[in-house]
Design a protein around this ligand. Structure first.
Ligand SMILES: Nc1ncnc2c1ncn2[C@@H]1O[C@H](COP(=O)(O)OP(=O)(O)OP(=O)(O)O)[C@@H](O)[C@H]1O
Length: 241
């Protein structure tokens, strides 16, 4: 059983409000995300849909990695086009490919980098890093060279580097794709236990079946927005057609 201690908990329990206000993305004249208006306040949100439907682009809109070409995206009232640096302090993004995320040669250095920039006292950094790695069951990786890790270990280390910053919302872009069954279950348990809100883009429908809300994206539009049961059933039927 988990006993959260506010002084050491790696999570932040506040719920984030995401607002898309006619937000759309057009690249080279092609509509990738059609103008979309929606508010997300749930703690667990799944985003599913076919390859190339726009899921990653949608996810990237939420922390300013992609800026809408029409309309606006606001996180707790902050516009991603104007306040991306501030927003990234409360919205963490876990990339599908951890190589896009891990920058430093040693895992502990990679995790310490963001903490140093956030102004955390130097003496507190190793404790925060160690605690986060331990929470994900990978404390033994702390001094390992990033390039020597397996795909699954890297994925978990990249996740640790995001969570150590204690974001209020964690956006996951296909977090289980590289993982074996054991590590997939571990990520699933980590998402379940997060005090932070989570939005998860995935093809793994089981992962979102107990979430609060699931969006199905089709050709850059929110084609279904429902309970997991209803949204997944809609998507399965659509995929079978
Ligand atoms: N920077 C870009 N330049 C041009 N096209 C892009 C860019 N980013 C995304 N696209 C295109 O937008 C469409 C949606 O891409 P996106 O990665 O959002 O889809 P996805 O639903 O996450 O796909 P998958 O399930 O295959 O990962 C694709 O056709 C993709 O090629």
């Amino acid at each position: 059983m988990r006993h959260p201690d506010p002084s050491t908990s790696a999570d932040n329990a506040a719920v984030v409000t995401v607002e898309l206000d006619r937000a759309g993305v057009v690249i080279d004249g092609r509509t990738i995300i059609a103008p979309t208006t929606l508010t997300l306040k749930e703690r667990r949100i799944g985003v599913i849909g076919a390859n190339g439907s726009g899921k990653s682009t949608f996810a990237r809109l939420l922390n300013g990695l992609v800026v809408p070409t029409t309309g606006a995206v606001r996180i707790d009232g902050l516009d991603t086009a104007r306040e991306a640096a501030k927003i990234r302090r409360s919205v963490g993004f876990v990339f599908q490919n951890p190589d896009n995320q891990i920058v430093f040669p040693i895992i502990a250095e990679d995790m310490a980098f963001g903490l140093k920039n956030s102004g955390l006292a130097k003496v507190e950094i190793p404790t925060r890093v160690t605690a986060e790695l331990a929470r994900l069951g990978i404390a033994h990786l702390v001094e390992r060279a990033s390039h020597s890790l397996s795909g699954g270990e890297k994925q978990l280390a990249a996740l640790a580097a995001v969570l150590v910053m204690r974001p209020k919302l964690v956006v996951f872009d296909e977090p289980t794709t590289l993982l074996d069954l054991k590590n997939r279950n571990r990520i699933r348990a980590v998402i379940d236990a997060l005090a932070a809100s989570a939005l998860v883009v995935t093809h793994d429908l089981d992962l979102v079946e107990r979430f609060d809300r699931v969006l199905v994206i089709e050709d850059g539009r929110i084609a279904a927005d429902d309970t997991p049961r209803a949204a997944i059933a809609w998507y399965r039927e659509r995929a079978a057609a």
